[in-house]
Design a protein around this ligand. Structure first.
Ligand code: ILE
Length: 466
């Protein structure tokens, strides 16, 4: 029996291949590309990082992307439904993926909200000269609380709360619109805007004084790094997060494709576009850092805050303040960050929404509204107090380095080894696609991924527990 559909209303669909590809790229390109990748590459061998990065893309990123596509398209459901249809007890793994998405969504929304605020602040360079003090002190009110100040400040409310509510309302509105009229439309509008804004940004950045020093800092290879297992771990982690694979997003999106839909070629388009954008982001960010170092008369390596939230919200504002036409540059950067994050948040939340909708037989609007309100309240409460901000790193670490990797390992072990579904899934992929999936796919999802990732997972946990 190859037919697995239940007697339910027809499943929603993307209008076609282009809409799907744009949405999948919109999901992949997110905060992970702009604020995560450049710092990760810099810290893990610079130019030499490209070697494990490309290997991780080819041996794990693309093969698991295909696995996600096969599951979603063959079993036509979000992760709990699709995995349950593969084997009833696998539903739990589907809910685990839903949970990861929920956790990511909570803090992801907050970061997009910060980007919106800083988009507005760009116009009058509101952050002044002390960008670090502005971000943690004036904007987030962190120092106050640390010094025994109130845990909830009313000054904090309009600055962070309003953009945060805006993000949630916009996300709920898009999801309530459905797959074709909501998600696909949003991506068709925002993805091209994002690409244009970012291209302008990168071109401008590479012509800044000192840009070359920044690029040298990013790309000068430290070949010794290749002997360090942590560098390889970082590469696999970056690929999964960035490509939106192994935690349900691509299972969900591919479940909305038409029955006869090419899967493999779009997968390659998505994977290479995502990595291409990531490279551009690395170039743009480091060119700008080179400029900042040049202005301060120091080496790029001596700059503080080259990664994570600090890079985007402390170091970047400093760049913006010092450069000619800074406000425009700042608005482009924070606008791009918000747009990239928004099209990803939509996909993260659709996983949760689809899970609830399918489990409880709700309508799309019921599921989306209920979820949006709950997630919005959690995120507002969490990020209107400093507790949320302090917890951010820990949550991020557990969801991204432990949760996603565990999910990838378990999917491969259960589906390929325990249930021996490799041939069936490969047959499905090949049957609908323009180019067939060869034996290499088994080698990756059956051997390389479980082996490398199981190792990665154990070493992460050991690291964290120590
Ligand atoms: N892939 C996106 C990113 O790189 C999201 C990850 C969906 C959670 O930011």
């Amino acid at each position: 029996a190859t037919s697995t559909h239940d007697t339910q209303p027809p499943r929603e669909q993307f209008t076609g291949q282009v809409g799907f590809i744009l949405s999948a790229i919109g999901s992949a390109i997110g905060l992970g590309n702009i604020w995560r990748f450049p710092g990760v590459a810099y810290e893990n061998g610079g130019g030499a990082f490209m070697v494990p990065y490309v290997i991780a893309l080819l041996t794990a990123g693309i093969p698991i992307l295909f696995l996600d596509y096969a599951l979603g398209h063959r079993f036509r459901g979000g992760p709990p439904t699709a995995l349950r249809r593969a084997k009833s007890w696998l539903e739990t793994l589907g809910w685990f993926q839903v949970m990861i998405c929920f956790v990511i969504a909570i803090y992801y929304a907050a970061i997009i909200a910060w980007a919106l605020s800083f988009f507005v602040y760009s116009f009058d360079l509101r952050w002044g000269d002390d960008t670090a003090g502005f971000f943690t002190g004036e904007y987030l009110q962190l120092s106050d609380t640390a010094n025994g100040g109130p845990w909830f400040s009313l000054d904090f409310v309009p600055a962070v709360l309003i953009p945060l509510l805006l993000v949630w309302v916009a996300t709920i509105a898009v999801l309530a619109g459905g797959i074709a009229k909501g998600i696909e439309k949003a991506n068709v509008i925002f993805l091209p805007l994002l690409v244009v804004a970012f291209a302008v940004l990168v071109v401008r950045a590479v012509f800044l004084d000192g840009a070359g020093d920044g690029l040298n800092a990013l790309f000068t290879p430290d070949w010794g790094a290749l002997g360090d297992p942590n560098v390889w771990i970082a590469a696999y982690g970056q690929i999964f997060f960035s490509l939106s694979v192994a935690f349900g997003i691509m299972i969900t999106y591919s479940s909305y494709r038409k029955r006869k839909a090419n899967l493999t070629s779009p997968g390659l388009v998505v994977a290479f576009s995502n990595s291409g954008f990531e490279m551009l982001a690395g170039i743009g960010v480091f060119a700008a850092l080179g400029f900042l170092a040049h202005e301060q008369g120091i080496a790029v390596g001596e700059l503080e805050g080259i990664t994570g939230p600090i890079l985007s919200f402390v170091t970047f504002p400093a760049v913006v303040s010092q450069m000619p036409a800074g406000p425009l540059f700042g608005a482009l950067f924070f606008g791009a960050l918000a747009m990239a994050g928004f099209t990803s948040l939509i996909s993260i939340l659709q996983v949760v929404s689809a899970g609830i909708q399918e489990k409880f037989g709700l309508t799309r609007r019921q599921a989306v509204t209920g979820l949006g309100v709950v997630a919005g309240v959690v995120s507002v409460v969490g990020f209107s107090t400093t507790t949320g901000l302090i917890a951010l790193d820990t949550i991020d670490n557990w969801s991204n380095n432990i949760g996603i990797v565990a999910s990838a390992v378990l999917m491969c072990i259960f589906l390929i080894w325990v249930l021996r579904m490799g041939p069936e899934l490969r047959y499905h992929l090949t049957g609908v696609s323009t180019f067939p999936v060869g034996r290499w796919w088994y080698i990756c999802v059956g051997a390389i991924v479980p082996a490398v990732l199981a190792y990665m997972l154990v070493s992460r946990i050991v690291d964290l527990v120590q």
